[in-house]
Design a protein around this ligand. Structure first.
Ligand SMILES: Nc1ncnc2c1ncn2[C@@H]1O[C@H](COP(=O)(O)OP(=O)(O)OP(=O)(O)O)[C@@H](O)[C@H]1O
Ligand SMILES: [Mg+2]
Length: 287
């Protein structure tokens, strides 16, 4: 565990929740008898409050793992726990999706006909457990914390894509999840917009220390955001190497000019490249 996380853990002992334990998970897809093993005896412990970045070659099984945690599909064997609760495992092949684990869909998940504020309040309003005033007070306060004051009555289409994405994250956080799951959320963005997104995500994270499971192909993003980088093997995936990103949080973009960043990038590029080459030659053989 990184020093920063240890400090956070100490400062908020008993508060941080959302540790994910993946134990010996196997996932075999078997469409029409043509079995594809996507995850191979994968084990990974993610401490509560960690930003865990998952990188690996295309098609290695990253999304499969995320979907298993989210409860979108079953696993073949092994177990996944959230804190001490068994999400899926022997006798329970599929996790139940829940508001404790939220996948942040970055594109098109907001209702375009509702204001940003109504979008943020929507989930809790639907649950009907809290009163309208309480929900809207919470929504306004969380939007303010995320730098969204003044955009409450705009529709999503009226604000920049950067602000829209903040609204999406705040909407997810309204449910007080333990875990946020991201699957290449910024893939389509140019690098300047991405850098703004990254700083905004960290700002929100520093105020809401949830566990973040974040899949990316972008090594700069992985090192800039993560406490740890899990480099996956080519398919079927399991961790090949876990790298501690020992650059202290809070971070800003000056990190990218540091020597330590460069060293981590060199180490990571090499490992990822090795797996990408294996995935490529396996693809050539299959093709
Ligand atoms: N529903 C499915 N049925 C059959 N095979 C599947 C299914 N979903 C994924 N696969 C296969 O499982 C393997 C892993 O897929 P997955 O989407 O998890 O990879 P990934 O690491 O997320 O890839 P990428 O980086 O391209 O998003 C791939 O070979 C894929 O074709
Ligand atoms: Mg994927």
């Amino acid at each position: 565990m990184s020093a920063v996380l240890q400090q956070a853990g100490k400062a908020e002992k008993g508060v941080l929740k959302g540790a994910i334990r993946i134990e010996d998970v196997v996932k075999i897809y078997d469409p029409d008898g043509a079995a594809v093993m996507a995850v191979d005896h994968c084990s990974l412990d993610i401490p509560a409050g960690e930003i865990c970045m998952i990188v690996g070659p295309s098609g290695c099984g990253k999304t499969t793992l995320l979907n298993a945690i989210a409860g979108f599909h079953s696993i073949t064997s092994g177990s996944i726990y959230l804190d001490d609760e068994l999400l899926c495992g022997p006798g329970k092949p599929m996790a139940q999706p829940g508001s404790d684990r939220i996948v942040v869909f970055q594109n098109g998940a907001l209702f375009p006909w509702k204001s940003n504020l109504d979008n943020v309040a929507f989930g809790l309003m639907m649950q009907g457990k809290l009163g309208k005033k309480e929900i809207y007070d919470k929504a306004r306060s969380m939007m303010a914390d995320a730098g969204l004051s003044g955009t409450e009555h705009n529709f999503p289409g009226e604000v920049s894509s950067g602000l829209r994405r903040r609204v999406e994250i705040v909407r997810a956080l309204m449910n007080e999840p333990k875990v946020l799951l991201f699957d290449e959320p910024y893939r389509a963005l140019d690098s300047l917009t991405k850098s703004v997104m990254h700083e905004a995500l960290l700002e929100i994270y520093y105020k809401n220390k949830v566990t973040i499971f974040f899949i990316t192909h972008d090594l700069e993003e992985a090192i800039f955001l993560g406490h740890r980088l899990v480099i996956m093997t080519s398919r079927p995936c399991k961790p090949k190497k876990i790298i501690d990103v020992d650059i202290p949080h809070p971070r800003d973009y000056s990190v990218l000019t540091s020597t330590r960043y460069r060293q981590l990038m060199d180490e990571t590029v090499e490992l990822v490249h090795e797996e990408a080459k294996k995935a490529f030659s396996a693809g050539e053989k299959e093709g």
